[in-house]
Design a binder for this molecule. Structure first.
Ligand code: ADP
Ligand code: MG
Length: 408
């Protein structure tokens, strides 16, 4: 009868049933190359400021240690154009050693003699962390020689860098194919399982909440959500473009003039598919981005010298009621300029409403996740995605190169 998975395969390659996972591997004592996303913020002295992404890789490292595997760990950090001490992973190595309470060797180069000899002598449960992959020009563009050099360090390939899964870099894509034994780590497995539940067969009503500021990138996501969700709640900077597209004067608010027509197309598509797009009806505005002045104003009478900085309480109330009834919630993008306490109220209220929702709740996106932590509700959200761009691409139904490389 062969592989039982073939009996219930999905038409899409995206399903968690269709990528190779650690349980598909024969790990015992094997040397494992792990591509992680350790792209953490560093302070001026190279110390790790937020270790969420280091924490996220620990389950996979523990699993490999339990199987007596020596681990060669690799990641990028920031966007250096070449070797750059301010983007070194040395601080990550230090913090990781504390967290696993074990040995983390850091030869300080991406590939080379020191890495090779350290890898050869690496013992079970020890970790060798390579220097920032982006210090090497071969990380971009699928350089076969660079891929070969990384390949020679290990027997098995594991990718657990969900945050980078939408990029076709040498270490996230080309390298995978050089290993017969390759699989997703526990973090990617968890991400794919949670996000698949939203993409494939969400319990209804499915309410998607979208906000934030990266408007051009998010309109495509909104469009694909129209095919999946029952109701779209649009807030944050993103809502402004829709309000403007409907003809409202919104003063000095953040808006993408080039995208007004696209916003109209999206509203027409939603109407055609009988999906409701709920826009803010009231807002918290200010007269200067750097001022603490705040005014509560209906969106149809925004003064020309004001800008929308948060959703208003009437809008919050409607969004809350929609979220309370939802069986599935996906949230990306804050409702206002939440970094400033005077304009954080809408985002915090939505975070609490999502936490209180009894349905299956998922939050993705750098700032949205920060807002969830700020509101102290992280433990009441079913899944917090570690990948901003990657989770959006996944939800939109786009194929992720790193997952493609791990397909069964
Ligand atoms: P995420 O990281 O969650 O995907 P984005 O990166 O798209 O979200 O957007 C986050 C940013 O959006 C925040 O820094 C926030 O200040 C900004 N933002 C939210 N609402 C507004 C608004 N009305 N005007 C300007 N900026 C906004
Ligand atoms: Mg962001």
């Amino acid at each position: 009868y062969g592989d039982h998975r073939a009996l219930h395969s999905f038409p899409t390659r995206r399903s968690s049933d269709l990528i190779r996972t650690l349980s598909d591997l024969d790990l015992k004592g094997q040397r494992v190359f792990v591509r992680a996303d350790l792209n953490v913020p560093l302070d001026g002295k190279g110390e790790v400021m937020d270790e969420t992404r280091i924490q996220a890789i620990l389950p996979t490292l523990r699993h490999l240690a339990d199987h007596q595997c020596p681990v060669i760990l690799a990641s990028h950090l920031g966007r250096p154009k070449g070797p750059d001490p301010s983007a070194s992973l040395v601080g990550v190595a230090k913090r990781l050693a504390e967290l696993i309470d074990g040995t983390v060797l850091f030869p300080g180069e991406v590939v080379g003699e020191r890495v090779t000899s350290t890898a050869e002598e690496l013992k079970a449960g020890e970790v060798l962390l390579l220097e920032n992959l982006r210090f090497h020009p071969g990380e971009k563009g699928g350089d076969p020689e660079f891929a070969r050099a990384l390949r020679d360090l290990a027997d098995i390939y594991v990718n657990d860098a969900f945050g980078t899964a939408h990029r076709k870099d040498t270490s996230t894509y080309d390298l995978a194919f050089l290993f017969e034994q390759r699989a997703a780590g526990l973090l990617i497995e968890k991400e794919v399982a949670a996000l698949s539940r939203i993409v494939e067969d969400p319990e209804r009503p499915f309410v998607a909440i979208v906000g934030g500021a990266k408007i051009s990138g998010k309109l495509e996501i909104l469009k694909s959500l129209i095919h999946k969700a029952n109701l779209l709640l649009v807030g944050g900077g993103l809502a402004n473009t829709f309000l403007a597209a409907k003809g409202y004067q919104i003063g000095k608010s953040l808006v993408e003039e080039d995208l007004l027509q696209e916003a109209r197309n999206i509203m027409a598509l939603a109407q055609q598919r009988q999906v409701m797009i709920r826009l803010p009806t009231d807002a918290i505005t200010t007269d200067r981005i750097d001022s603490k002045n705040r005014y509560h104003i209906q969106v149809n009478v925004i003064p020309v010298n004001h800008l929308i900085a948060d959703i208003g309480e009437q809008t919050v109330g409607k969004f809350q009621a929609d979220i309370a009834r939802a069986k599935t919630v996906f949230w990306n993008g804050p409702m206002g300029i939440f970094e400033k306490s005077g304009f954080a109220g809408g985002t915090r209220a939505i975070a609490k409403a999502v936490a209180a929702c009894e349905g299956f709740t998922v939050v993705g996106g750098g700032e949205s996740v920060a807002a969830v932590h700020q509101s102290n509700v992280a433990d009441r959200i079913n899944h917090i995605s570690t990948g901003g761009g990657a989770s959006l691409e996944f939800i939109a139904g786009n194929s992720l190169p790193a997952l493609e490389a791990l397909a069964l």
